[in-house]
Design a protein around this ligand. Structure first.
Ligand code: HGY
Ligand code: MN
Ligand code: MN
Length: 416
């Protein structure tokens, strides 16, 4: 094991690849806007595929556009060990959310090639389509179809703000693969990801051993009032959907604050109609995002919200309707995979701590169908889903080193 303990990835090559990928779909403030199934997403896929083929891997694509690059093992019948995350970004996203996990996996394979290491199990890297869910709700859509949570037809019919469907856009960028989605079986999956929160940096730990994740409920709310002239409509006659929106925005915050420290809640997406300076808002559509790592807290927040939002809107004379557009329960990751991550950090001498993931990840769905765990590294000021998202090369290196060792423990090195 001693010799193996010294195995390391090449941090400069990893960093160069991160910077190269960041050039595709640049944001306006130094981050990225590479939303799923846009031309930029297609460009990123082409680059990732080229890099994987250059590393001697075989590329497979399924009917949700999930990309699977495989490095052969000595036992072709052994199930592959996967490393997965996503290349799509938020509209004002950072350079590392998701990308670190995909290119960290590529760096693991490149390092195994350099070191001439063979493994019994094949090793594969996944780029999951539409992890972010910002253009097509819900988040983790394609890993969800792969894990049997959603039907493909339902996913194909999801539309963006301009009425374009997921299926049409996937076809337009030429990434409808010939593999049936969900056909692949996994020995295990590891996802390297930035923390997207402040804990690891504050505790000065370069590695987070993710034992659990938060559950999520996305509630799409429609508040209906009546458009009318902002000047000539007497106040008592108004049915202002904007007042309902303001009320439920504050209500979401109040409910989450009642359940501290185990809950979060906010509204991040709002569309108002007709959105004219001198017309009272007739309709408001928004998405409530509640999360907790405790299922009972999550369910209690959703229930209280529904009850109180209906009363609040009725009292101001507007209608309220809501439906869940995304959800998953709090995941507990596979104990053996979590142990492999912790042991890898110990073998490598990296400071580490157990942590619960605040954000949702593809690993949360894959955890339902294969042994799965996550590795986290810190990010500056805990900032993410912001173009100023930043990490150090050392943090990227630590995360990819731990990924290398966790995968080697699981894929079994074959002695030369
Ligand atoms: O919403 C999430 O937690 C993830 O970033 N898609
Ligand atoms: Mn992510
Ligand atoms: Mn994200």
């Amino acid at each position: 094991m001693t010799a193996q303990k010294n195995l390391r990835i090449n941090p400069d090559r990893l960093w160069d690849s991160l910077m190269e990928m960041a050039k595709i779909g640049p944001g306006i403030a130094g981050g990225n806007n590479r939303q799923t199934l846009t031309d930029e997403d297609g460009e990123a896929r082409d680059l990732f595929k080229k890099w994987c083929l250059d590393a001697g891997m075989e590329m497979g694509v399924d009917s949700m556009g999930n990309m699977f690059a495989t490095r052969a093992g000595t036992d072709a019948d052994a199930l592959p060990v996967y490393m997965g995350s996503h290349l799509d970004t938020q509209p004002t996203g950072g350079k590392y959310d998701g990308v670190l996990g995909v290119l960290g996996g590529l760096e693991v394979v490149r390092s195994l090639n350099d070191l001439g290491i063979q493994t019994k199990h094949p090793i594969a890297i996944v780029n999951w389509t539409n992890e972010e869910g910002t253009r097509f709700a819900p988040a983790m859509l394609a890993s969800g179809v792969f894990a049997g949570k959603y039907e493909q037809d339902w996913a194909y019919a999801r539309v963006d703000a301009h009425g374009k469907s997921f299926g049409d856009e996937l076809k337009r960028i030429g990434w409808v693969g010939d593999e049936a989605v969900g056909g692949r079986k996994m020995h295990a999956m590891f996802e390297l990801h930035i923390e997207q929160g402040p804990i690891l940096e504050a505790e000065n730990k370069p590695i987070g051993v993710v034992t659990h994740g938060q559950g999520l409920r996305w509630i799409e709310c429609t508040i209906s009032g009546k458009e009318s002239h902002t000047g000539s409509t007497p106040m008592p006659m108004r049915r202002n959907a904007g007042r309902g929106l303001a009320g439920i925005t504050e209500l979401v915050h109040e409910i989450a604050m009642q359940h501290q420290p185990n809950a979060v809640g906010a509204i991040g997406h709002i569309d108002i109609y007709p959105n004219s300076r001198n017309i009272i808002i007739g309709k408001a559509v928004c998405t409530v995002d509640f999360r907790s790592h405790k299922l009972d807290v999550l369910n209690a927040m959703v229930e209280e919200f529904h009850t109180r939002a209906e009363v609040l809107c009725r009292d101001i004379g507007v209608e309220f309707a809501a439906n869940i557009v995304g959800q998953f329960d709090p995941p507990a990751f596979d104990k053996n995979c979590v142990k492999a991550v912790r042991r890898a950090a110990e073998d490598l001498g990296y400071g580490h701590m157990d942590i619960v993931s605040g954000a949702g990840h593809d690993a949360c769905w894959i955890n339902d169908i294969a042994p799965t765990a996550m590795i986290m590294c810190p990010c500056m000021d805990g900032l993410s889903h912001n173009e100023a998202e930043d990490i150090s090369k050392e943090w990227a290196q630590a995360g990819a080193d731990v990924l290398l060792h966790a995968v080697l423990q699981t894929a079994e090195i074959v002695a030369k």
